[in-house]
Unconditional design. Sequence first.
Length: 690
Amino acid sequence: MQFISVIAERPQNLRQHYFLIANSLEIQLVTKNRPPLSYVFRSPLDTLDTLSGVVQLTDCLADCRNNAACKAVNFETGLCVLLSSSATEKKNNFYASQFPLFTIYAEKICLKNINRKRCQNSWAFERVAGFQLRTEKRKKFTALSKEECLDSCLAEREFDCRSLQFDNTTKECQLSEFDRHVFPANQPKGYFAPSNTESDYYESNCVQEPKGLCEFKAIKGKVLKTVDSIHQEVRSVGECQQKCLNAEYRCFSYDFSDPSNGEVGVVCRTSHLDSNSLTHIDEPYLRKNSSTTFERMSCYNVSIFCRAKEMVAFVQTNKLFSGKIYAKAKPNSCVNDVTNSLAFEIAMPYNDLMCDVKQKDQGKFSSDVIIQHHDMVVTTKDLGLSVNCNYDLSNRSVSNKPFAVEGDFGAREEENTHTQTVDAPNIVMKITDLERRDISSAQVGDRLMLRVQIQDENSPYGIFVRELVAVDGVDASDIVLIDSVGCPTDTNIMGFVDKSKKDPKSIEIPFDAFKFPTSDVVQFRALVTPCIQDCNPVSCNIQNSDGKAQAVESFGKRRRRSVQKENFDDEVVVVQSIKIVDSFGFEGKEKLNAEENVTLFSDSNKKLNAFTSPCINVAGLTVACVIFLLIQLILVFIWAIQWHKRNRHFLKYEESAKSSSMQYSPTATLSTVPVSSTHRYSNFMKTQHE
């Protein structure tokens, strides 16, 4: 028989009640907003047994559950009292507890859906009478009783029912996907407050919460007055934390006493209470300088789904999350913004040009994912994950088997079965000049060629290109050059896809070299799909010089027969980078890494070939510097010759004027020198001018 602890009516002399509801019991903790903080159910004639030394609330509940005559329990740390009556039968038997600890009261009640829900925890709900959670409710309806409302929460399948509100007067039942614990620590506490109606708040203890990656906050100098479990043979804080995470109830806090800190004995205490569930209780802590309470904060469960064309990282958390989840390599182009959610995901397709999924080995995909709380900056609260998908890949086998027609052929023979292994095409992308020579750097405006080719000349496949994208080297800007159909978006930047006249296994796309303002590196990414034999071109409509529409063929779409009959869906992503310098003559600040090749495969033979190579062209800059220096030397030489001639002429004129002055007016030499000097300088400048 399954039970759950429920109080059918609220006592007349109490306004606030605190409850826990278990599989078979609802555990009620009666509290008030002023001391005393707890109440106890007293009925000496109905006492079945008094068990001392019980330090686990779960053990006390189990003893009552296994006793058919037990209807309720009083629990305090070290003491469990089994009762044959309950507060439902004797409403006035609640008294203020005289003990310094909280007294937890529980009583049995039967629910229909407790087995179907299969709640494995010790209690199913926690109740706070006279309080409400001020959030939007997912479902509202009128229930015949409180038990029916609780049953509805346990049976809910559309969402995880974490709490409910039941109005004892109107019988309105409101189910919610939130509870007191989903709100972050920085959330205002006004969301949980006294109710204006005769309604009670119930919190489910049957919710399966994430526990994969958890963080705890330390609160120093105080411990809870009441705990649910005491563990004595615990050697470390980490082991005590595991006791909390593995408890038979939703454990939200623990404290650990260490003899090295001057405390007596090693004791680990765990509790379902924390700051979020103690907002309506005065002085729930004992002040103790040497002790520390650890409260559970955010926990995450990360599930990786390896699908045919993508890898999906699905994250569940116990706190409302607002922020973003993105691929570390592409934070701007491969991102999912999240607002107030308990579950979110990011899908990273293998053929996505913006997520840059890597491959460690054939069939082994990997990507680093960041869970970031702030919209702009990374903080210590953020979480980094490395996600991986491994596929068991092998070459495809194509069999040609005979079959019987109108009795002309007998049964199939094994020797008539022929099997051939067809390897996936090895496709690469290259950037060349018009002479088809590979290059790794160019200048803005240079005529270049983007070549996509199958390296095996005997391959039975043809190829077509679509979704060609250019991305700068810092993942800040991108532009679509060839659309999803296979037509160029702007013929002034990128031309049409055409077959190579010299290589039947290659296609070529002419373009003029360009660059982004943010980087000298331009990375090209294209989605290439092989097709059996040849691929038919697609017709693209463009405007000619007269403004009229003109149809031009572009090899950006495979032939229709290969789609319908072959059903071949081996998409390939090819990547190539080039360094483009502008025409201003400035040398780029960034340098490309050493030559690198990467190949990616998936279960449908998607493949990513990445190739980058460096080159720094300084020949033009060197020639310009040499010419500049030669011109400067020539100018300096001419200036020196002119200065020397002028100086000789000036000295000759100075000597002539001096001898004339000494002969005719010797006494006026000192007084007339400034005037005659000025006069001579003026005459000299006039002579030079003439």
